[in-house]
Write a protein that binds this ligand. Structure first.
Ligand code: NDP
Ligand code: AKG
Length: 422
């Protein structure tokens, strides 16, 4: 079904996100009107973001903020700086945020933002000006009770500090709850920076156990060595898993005995890439997800496991650290191969769970201990994991279908209780 006010798209994450919704709607027996409502974002803003460059020239970028749903609370989701950003991608990511927040039962709807910029091509001063301008443009539709951005691809805690400052200056007082993923000294939560990765690793360990794989000595490959991939590799490694391969935009490396993730992190900090790490072989980046390992963790961008490479995946378990790494066509191929896919809205939910904790702390001006944050994170991840496993078993469906159905059901329940539609 094509929503009325949005032109059809040919392929890509939005097609997949809507097809996943359609599957859940069919399973749940939802009316056409409600299906239509959930297919469409509640609010979308497209802005142009002019930048005065350090050399005095002017560049202009497209920016978006999409709020998919508010039925369970304020919209919530990251902000991405990447040249791949377009409105349909942001729409898909915002819809997935709605399901993710509902699945792990945090009191939010879903949103996402993006600016079509390559951050590597800009100085910190330019990135600060772009962030502040983008924030000023979307200011009327964000706020601690409305929509709360967080880091995603190409953004970080410094970006969040600039957003918080721009917003606070406009309203006339400091509002730490307008963003999460802030620096600790500005009200950020202990444990947020590594929360997504901690959740990915935790769920990967539960998945291994469920498939009878002993994590100690099991093997893993991780695509992406950024905020999610790097610490996911570290936590897996700390749990005894041999992380044999990792990749980033510039290259991929392999070591059969396992990579020393801490030293690799130091190397990446100084070299700007994982490529060239001593004691590891350079491999084709395209092969990282098709290596013969127990667990593959895509933790970079969407659409990397497709009909073109799914039949070559050898891992027994795929844990989606990234949002939307597996296309729907690939999903069907992986199911035929009996590869367990732990879907993004479950696997990478640790980030938004601790963002919720950060928001609670910011709004109360009180800081929890890191241990408390971690225990509560793991408890929520485990609850969501068991809910998905049980639902999938009861209804004979994949974990993605189960996770989406559970989430959609909760969102519809909120709509029903609030009476937001006839
Ligand atoms: N940050 C968070 O809290 C959350 C993030 N996510 C999702 O996780 C994924 C990664 O986000 P995050 O880690 O924050 O982003 P970052 O920008 O911190 O890191 C992205 C990483 O992916 C690498 N990369 C990009 N494209 C490719 C590619 N084609 N092949 C291999 N590596 C690639 C980048 O390489 P290089 O370093 O060379 O640029 C970088 O290492 C995204 O899908 C995001 O939406 C999901 C939940 C929460
Ligand atoms: O922490 C958040 O609010 C959202 C993180 C995010 O963008 C995501 O989970 O995809």
């Amino acid at each position: 079904m094509t929503p009325p006010n949005q032109a059809p798209v040919a392929a890509g994450p939005l097609i997949d996100a809507r097809a996943q919704l359609a599957g859940a709607v069919e399973h749940l027996g939802v009316s056409d009107g409600v299906h239509r409502m959930l297919s469409i974002s509640r609010r979308e803003m497209a802005v142009s973001v002019p930048l005065r460059r350090d050399d005095g020239s002017t560049a202009v970028y497209e920016g978006f903020r999409v709020q998919h749903n508010f039925s369970r609370g304020p919209a919530k989701g990251g902000l991405r700086f990447s040249t791949a950003v377009d409105l349909d991608e942001v729409r898909a990511l915002a819809m997935w945020m709605t399901w993710k927040c509902a699945l792990v039962d945090v009191p939010y709807g879903g949103a996402k933002g993006g600016v079509s910029i390559e951050p590597r091509d800009h100085s910190q001063a330019e990135l600060e000006r772009v962030t502040r301008r983008y924030t000023s443009e979307i200011l009327p539709i964000i706020g601690p009770d409305v929509d709360i951005p967080a880091p995603d691809i190409g953004t970080d805690e410094r970006t969040m500090a600039w957003i918080m400052d721009t917003y606070s200056a406009a309203v006339g007082h400091t509002v730490p709850g307008v963003v999460t993923g802030k620096p600790i000294s500005l009200g950020g939560s202990l444990g947020r920076a590594s929360a997504t990765s901690r959740g990915v690793a935790h769920v990967a360990l539960m998945a291994m156990t469920s498939r009878g794989i002993d994590p100690v000595g099991a093997t893993a490959a991780v695509q992406g060595f950024g905020k999610v991939g790097r610490d996911a590799a570290r936590f897996l490694s700390e749990a005894g898993v041999r992380v044999v391969a990792v990749s980033d935009v510039d290259g991929a490396i392999w070591a059969g005995d396992g990579l020393g993730i801490t030293h690799l992190g130091d190397h990446a900090d100084s070299a700007g890439t994982v490529a060239g790490f001593d004691g590891a072989e350079s491999i084709d980046p395209a092969s990282v997800l098709t290596l013969d390992v127990d667990v593959a963790v895509p933790a970079a961008v969407e659409g990397v496991i497709t009909a073109a490479n799914a039949d070559r995946i050898q891992a027994r378990i795929l844990v989606e650290g990234a949002n939307g790494p597996t296309t729907n066509e690939a999903d069907a191929i992986l199911a035929d191969k009996d590869i367990l896919v732990v879907p993004d809205i479950l696997a990478n939910a640790g980030g938004v769970i601790v963002s919720y904790f950060e928001w609670v702390q910011s709004n109360q001006a009180y800081q929890w201990r890191e241990r408390e944050v971690q225990e509560r994170l793991e408890e929520r991840m485990e609850r969501a994991w068991h809910a998905v496993v049980d639902y999938a078993g009861a209804h004979r469906m994949s974990y993605r279908e189960a996770a989406t159905a559970l989430a959609v059901q909760r969102v519809i329940e909120a709509h029903d209780l609030r009476g937001l539609y006839p």
